[in-house]
Design a protein around this ligand. Structure first.
Ligand SMILES: NC(=O)c1ccc[n+]([C@@H]2O[C@H](COP(=O)([O-])OP(=O)(O)OC[C@H]3O[C@@H](n4cnc5c(N)ncnc54)[C@H](O)[C@@H]3O)[C@@H](O)[C@H]2O)c1
Length: 324
């Protein structure tokens, strides 16, 4: 049988072909850049395997899912799978898998980068030095050592746990909140979310975006944070109420924020977040490194080939078994 693979990610036909073992004949259907929801509907209609959109733009909603006739697996080309209606997929018996953990090291590196840039005012000092004659007194740039601070990690999964591992080297006090009782890290203290918000000098969020976490960090959460706290988000934009974040920064309640993800991406040219000196911004690239990209392709390839070989794929996120 020739397997039809619909790819919603910006991969070339050859890249998709290279993911599948040559033992399996495949037909590859690519989808134009978003927005192209009708093309998504058409491409996925008869597909056996669907690679979801790495850019988190093309959505696999109920309408797309109900139109699928042959789908054996929807493979997210990412950790987050919030652009796939995974509950509807479960109702329809369509398994959804992600690439759990493939970029944990990359996102943890970025998170520490953001922490250091903020506690030592690294980004700001660099920008000022580029202005003519830029030079500031040590007093104005006086920062903190990361090891002297308490860092609160919300979500101690693959990324949060890897951030904890890095922070151990700095000597920071590590607090975390996570509803999963199996999540732990030596030396890290589990506390409830409200206590974490009120205790940590740096709060960093690493939860998936889902119905329970949309808007998790809003006005109330920011108000609970210590005056002068630093807030970091490399999870998904809608986990944070951006207007509430801007408000907390405007008030001067937060000393700074590090943001890789936003409610709307790309971030609007006139977003108020761009005006704050003490906000460290990046274009949703925390998880993107040469090494992570290689692991991503290996994980996608493994799952596509396992399904074509009649084996169960790894990292199913909606508890649906694959039909053979
Ligand atoms: N910025 C990027 O480039 C980038 C890259 C990778 C992942 N991400 C995002 O980061 C998220 C986390 O990644 P991961 O690999 O660590 O995922 P993961 O699934 O390994 O860990 C998520 C953790 O969050 C916990 N959690 C869920 N709800 C929670 C809540 N309400 N409060 C506290 N903890 C909660 C879970 O129990 C789990 O331990 C992903 O879902 C993805 O959306 C972003």
């Amino acid at each position: 049988m020739t397997a039809r693979v619909a790819c919603l990610s910006p991969f070339s036909e050859q890249t998709v072909r290279d993911l599948v073992d040559s033992r399996h004949p495949v037909e590859v259907v690519l989808v134009p850049d978003p927005p192209a929801q009708e093309a998504v509907l058409e491409a996925t209609h008869l597909a056996h395997l669907v690679i979801a959109d790495q850019r988190h733009k093309h959505r696999i909603d109920r309408r797309v899912l109900e139109n699928m006739r042959n789908c054996l697996l929807i493979q997210a080309a990412s950790v987050g799978f919030d652009t796939v209606d995974h509950r509807a997929a479960a109702e329809l018996g369509i398994p959804v898998a992600n690439c759990a953990g493939y970029n944990r090291e990359a996102v943890a590196d970025w998170t520490v980068l953001a922490m250091l840039a903020l506690v030592r005012r690294g980004g700001w000092a660099d920008r000022q030095m580029r202005q003519e004659g830029g030079w500031w007194s040590q007093q104005e740039l006086l920062g903190h050592e990361l090891g002297s601070l308490s860092v609160g990690i919300i979500g101690l999964g693959n990324v949060g746990g890897t951030v904890a591992r890095r922070l151990t080297g700095f000597g920071s006090r590590i607090l975390y909140a996570d509803p999963d009782p199996s999540r732990e890290f030596p030396g890290a203290e589990r506390i409830d979310l409200d206590e974490l918000l009120g205790t940590a000098d740096v709060v960093t969020v690493h939860v998936p975006l889902d119905v329970e976490t949309r808007g998790l960090i809003g006005r109330e959460a920011f108000a609970r944070m210590k005056p002068g706290a630093i807030f970091i988000n490399a999870s998904r934009g809608p986990v944070v109420d951006e207007a509430a974040l801007v408000h907390a920064l405007d008030l001067g309640h937060l000393a700074g924020a590090g943001l890789d993800v936003f409610e709307t991406e790309p971030l609007a040219a006139d977003s108020p977040l761009r005006k704050f000196d003490r906000v460290f911004l990046s274009p949703h690239f925390a998880g993107t490194t040469v090494e992570a990209r290689q692991r991503l392709r290996e994980m996608i390839a493994t799952n596509l080939n396992r399904v074509l070989d009649g084996e169960a794929p790894f990292n199913i996120v909606n508890q649906v078994a694959v039909r053979s």
